[in-house]
Design a protein around this ligand. Sequence first.
Ligand code: GLC
Length: 665
Amino acid sequence: MSSTSSIGISTIKPFCRILISYKGSPIFGVSPHKHKFKPIYQRCYSRSRIIVPKSSFSSNGGALCVSGLDWSQSRNYSSISRVHNSIKGSKRGILVIPRVASDFRNESTSVEAHVNDKSFELIYVQGGLNIKPLVIENVDTGLNIVKEQENRVEDLNTSVIIDDFTGLYERKNERELTEIEKEAWKLLRSAVVNYYGAPVGTVAANDPADKQSLNYDQVFIRDFVPSALAFLLNGEAEIVKNFLIHTLQLQSWEKTVDCYSPGQGLMPASFKVRTVPLDGNSEALEEVLDPDFGEAAIGRVAPVDSGLWWIILLRAYGKITGDYSLQERVDVQTGIRLILSLCLSDGFDMFPTLLVTDGSCMIDRRMGIHGHPLEIQALFYSALRCSREMLVVNDGTKKLVAAINNRLSSLSFHIREYYWVDILKINEIYRYTTEEYSTNAVNKFNIYPDQIPSWLVDWIPETGGYFIGNLQPAHMDFRFFTLGNLWAIVSSLGTPKQNEGILSLIEAKWDDLMSHMPIKICYPALESEEWRIITGSDPKNTPWSYHNGGSWPTLLWQFTLACIKMGKPDLAQRAINLAEKRISADNWPEYYDTKGGRFIGKQARLFQTWTIAGFLTSKLLLEKPEMASLLFWEEDYELLETCVCALSKPERKKCTRSSSRPQAS
Ligand code: GLC
């Protein structure tokens, strides 16, 4: 051990505790300036605590703040953490021979080639860590149950890392920043949350005038993504790595909502760093990470998107920094598999889409998006594509990889085929025959043509189209949801032609979707009776406000990414220019209200971090298109060859991929 002189571990159920002490410190005998300590986790269904004396905390009771301490320069971590940290260099303590589920990192789509590779036997850490591979059952049924054979166990090697990224990539600001960008960076940095002195995330909002912060003082998983990308694109990887590792720890948290325990792979919606007195010890305080899995959230909504975002960010971290050692770590691999086990488990579902409750994503209130909302499907598809690239393939995972491939194929088929609408498709629905009982039904979901809303008849442009918001039996939600459509482009969930169609619809409907402030979260708003019934008369989601047709500048970065992918950076620039006119002057609001996005949102927080970070990330993506290209996917032709919905009975036809195949434009 280099800096810590003794570690005492006491496990007191239900919390596991780790005590770090420092010989000779005024507190423990040494100056914290010279001896940097890091939290070390106890990997179990419990809290990990580090006991430090009260005097180490800032007077306001906030995060540990040691002036002059530059964590980013630290090399002084324990030999335990070095085992994981130094994977790239000679300091590496455990040999991990990685084989990822596909060679996408090297632009290949081959999966099976790896599965049969003898060297897979070498993939697992040779007795180095106490984590057992997962066992996958029921793969032959097409949907998998992934079971963890044993609990993820104590792994002292998962301490937070302050890595030396020097030489990995140097991408600090290369040009003179505009005044607005300078302000944005300052605000973004002031939103950073530290945990034991190391940056681990950014608060959702930092509005000084905010009297009731609710949970906006927490680090939201989804909100942190644009912050993470801004930092990564600016050459600052440490905060992202710490975030990924800490949130991974939270995945194993003991979580109960009214005596019910959600799946182990669930990632929290948000977490907060709390400074609390150590039980029965008035002299010592401790910092704890306090996650919210939905049990405290308004409406008790399930954060289904958190795990998906975590996987997406993990891949982005590897792609942008070139540091793949993080995703190759055994605990990280287990984390990916646990998330997937939740998503791929068998249920009553008839569709390959994920079945979720209302408010399970960015729209985290009742908005009539329960069922199979597009946003979740697009993030699910993206997370599956990420996982396929990152999963180490061995005997324990090859079936999971096969299941991922099957799901990718069936999911893209389903979305391309049944969610897509353009003028021709709407006309087809308009003429649908209903009540068809047969496997050959054209109107498979028994959609009644009267469901076509009157606004859509006029709104749908001659060219282009979009993926509808949701599909259920006898129900098509025709609202345009921006995030899902953008991620369909980014992940190639849509065909190239559909992806082009989405952007051309956005262009054609610029005044509706962008207007004074990009971008509408959905279009159109629910009004009158619909608003009353569907939102439950939600006073926050009144028509053209907040989730109900409000304009969210944070969506700008995802629009920019989609535009870059489709070769239309000018379109992104146009939207950025629009935002730039107002967001700084308006103090970076969370959202805007009214049909044209002219007013700062009724209850919008100011200095909303993902508004700030979304703006910076958009700028950085445009500036570094080569980096942007690491964050999106092209069509995967191998997936198209697999038709997983081939039906076995002779009278039943195999489904055809022809309509979901890319067509010449
Ligand atoms: C609101 C948004 C949600 C976001 C949170 C924190 O609840 O609906 O998407 O994560 O605020 O900004």
